[in-house]
Design a protein around this ligand. Structure first.
Ligand SMILES: Nc1ncnc2c1ncn2[C@@H]1O[C@H](COP(=O)(O)OP(=O)(O)O)[C@@H](O)[C@H]1O
Ligand code: SF4
Ligand SMILES: [Mg+2]
Length: 525
């Protein structure tokens, strides 16, 4: 079976129910036309996970996973969302796909307020907004055939595609580069990249307008990552999809995003056009993230001296730092940073930044430059291993997207999951206390998060006192979908790396896809 998307031309826009003329037509949208056309608008969005304790389940605090974010997604564009583990990216993704109930704020889809829509109200929207999960190993039900999995959305939504479900599923399989004859096979018969293609086929079944992909390639081997990213890109061209692609580093999103939002501790700290962000980042955190991701550019030979490695731990999202949340790790922090939260302001056209002393700004104070040089001198260098890994992904994706079509490279020939796993192990922020036995079996999460490398021990005193408290009951006020999720949420997840590991292990993905279909099944039938 071919694993190279280029083998299978993606030519036929889905026409399952004939209701998505706009989405299919979106393929022809020009950038300019798309600019003003906002598909999704998010204002002041918040998600606080309550931490409850004791017999009476009294709320003793909250994990401020997403803490007031504003952004919009324009029709036809790809918005990349990046940030360290635990900064709230996945929570944001689940909020905008309404798999989670927001604590505050507003979500508008095509101008319609969907913030608190119930299961019934969400049903039509489920066609338009789809999610691709991080872990292709656990997001597919092992007991169902591929045909059943990819055909489920039709059954759940009561849609009868032209020519029948089987035919449509086979068409979808070939669209994502899989053999339609493998309709009756089970997920375990496929490799990671192929499974992710199955997940993509399922997401595309109802011809959605918006696809939210939560780290769609981070569990895959580097060479496969490039193919899957390329497939997503091709599908966008063909079907006029709009994407929100979540990633923990910049090596994947930089090639596919039109705009990039950088998140830190539940906030968006910078949101800008991709090129602008790369050329001249304004938030110190963006600058640090970028400095850690090498750009395969021979003209940047002296890049090593520009690398910034952030020191210290990512603070706890239970009690985020006052003022600017980044002040505990920022080399430019001054008194105002500790006391006053900087608003996300448009400092340049198309570039929004939340910082009192932004980088690359016309009226940057001379002392800022001095501070920055001092910080660079003091900063440790990011290890070559991490840089190499990141560069590999970056180069592979770039080659895949920009280079000529390559001959099919069978996935099975690529590196084994084991090698990916070991590299991810070495490249991960170490949080010893957070490891549990089950985590030992996590799939490779290509965690190249250099900025967190220096985090050696979680110093979160709060985490201990509340660590037992995010128990299943804690989210009982939430809709059914969420209680399923919180049941899997485990101890108060204060330790951000732990959640990410759990998620890398795919538990969340499995819960969610199960919940998604369960929820719908129960209402639909
Ligand atoms: N269901 C949940 N219950 C309690 N805390 C959660 C839950 N889901 C996520 N969190 C916490 O919210 C924060 C953000 O998590 P997440 O959105 O998964 O981050 P990311 O995807 O950026 O790694 C983390 O501190 C995590 O522990
Ligand atoms: S507001 Fe202050 S602490 Fe925050 S990023 Fe800007 S300079 Fe650093
Ligand atoms: Mg995540």
């Amino acid at each position: 079976m071919s694993e190279n998307p280029k083998d299978t031309a993606v030519t036929t826009p889905a026409k399952s129910d004939g209701t998505k003329a706009t989405a299919a037509g979106g393929a022809t949208l020009t950038k300019d036309a798309a600019d003003g056309d906002v598909l999704l608008k998010v204002t002041g969005l918040q998600k606080h996970f309550p931490i409850k304790k004791g017999l009476l389940q009294r709320q003793v605090g909250a994990v401020h996973a997403v803490d007031g974010i504003d952004f919009e997604v324009r029709r036809g564009e790809t918005l990349g969302v990046v940030g360290e583990s635990g900064c709230g990216k996945s929570t944001m993704g689940r909020l905008i796909t309404r798999l989670l109930e927001p604590t505050g704020g507003r979500i508008e889809f095509e101008g319609r307020d969907i913030t608190h829509l119930g299961v019934g109200g969400m049903r039509p929207l489920r066609r338009d907004v789809q999610m691709i999960f991080q872990d292709p190993y656990s997001s597919l039900n092992p007991r169902h055939t591929i045909g059943t999995i990819v055909g489920a959305p039709f059954r759940l939504q009561g849609v009868e595609p032209e020519g029948g479900i089987k035919k449509e599923v086979q068409r979808l399989l070939s669209v994502v580069g899989l053999n339609p004859e493998h309709y009756n096979r089970y997920p375990h018969e496929f490799s990671g990249g192929q499974r992710q293609r199955i997940g993509i086929a399922r997401a595309l079944a109802l011809n959605p307008k918006l696809v939210v992909a939560d780290e769609p390639v981070s569990a895959l081997d580097v060479s496969i990552q490039a193919q899957v990213v390329n497939l997503l890109d091709d599908l966008q061209q063909e079907l006029g999809l709009t994407y929100v692609i979540i990633a923990h580093d910049l090596s994947v999103v930089r090639h596919v995003s039109d705009r990039i939002a950088v998140m830190y501790l539940g906030k968006i700290v910078e949101l800008a056009d991709r090129d602008q962000l790369y050329k001249s980042p304004m938030h110190p955190y963006t600058k640090a993230l970028l400095s850690a991701v090498p750009i395969p550019d021979p003209s940047r030979k002296s890049a090593r001296s520009e690398r910034i490695l952030l020191k210290g731990d990512v603070p706890s999202p239970i009690s985020p730092p006052s003022g600017c949340r980044f002040h505990t790790r920022c080399w430019k922090a001054t008194e105002i940073c500790r006391t006053t939260e900087p608003p996300l302001a448009e400092l340049r056209p198309g570039q929004r930044v939340a910082c009192h002393h932004p980088e690359n700004f016309a009226d940057q104070q001379p002392q800022d430059t001095v501070l920055l040089s001092a910080a660079k001198e003091a900063a440790e260098l990011v290890s070559d291993e991490v840089l190499a890994q990141s560069a590999e992904t970056s180069a592979a994706v770039a080659a895949e997207l920009e280079g000529p079509a390559e001959p099919a490279s069978g996935e099975s020939v690529s590196k084994s999951a084991g090698s990916a796993e070991s590299s991810s192990e070495s490249g991960e922020s170490v949080s010893k206390t957070a490891r549990s036995a089950s985590e030992a079996t996590e799939p490779a999460s290509k965690s190249t998060e250099p900025v967190s490398k220096s985090v050696s021990k979680p110093t979160e005193p709060v985490s201990k006192s509340v660590s037992k408290s995010t128990e299943p009951a804690s989210e009982s006020a939430e809709p059914a979908s969420e209680s399923a999720e919180s049941a899997s949420a485990e101890p108060a997840s204060v330790d951000v790396s732990k959640t990410d590991r759990r998620e890398a292990a795919g538990e969340t993905g499995r819960q969610e896809s199960a919940e998604e279909s369960d929820g719908q099944e129960s209402t639909d039938k």
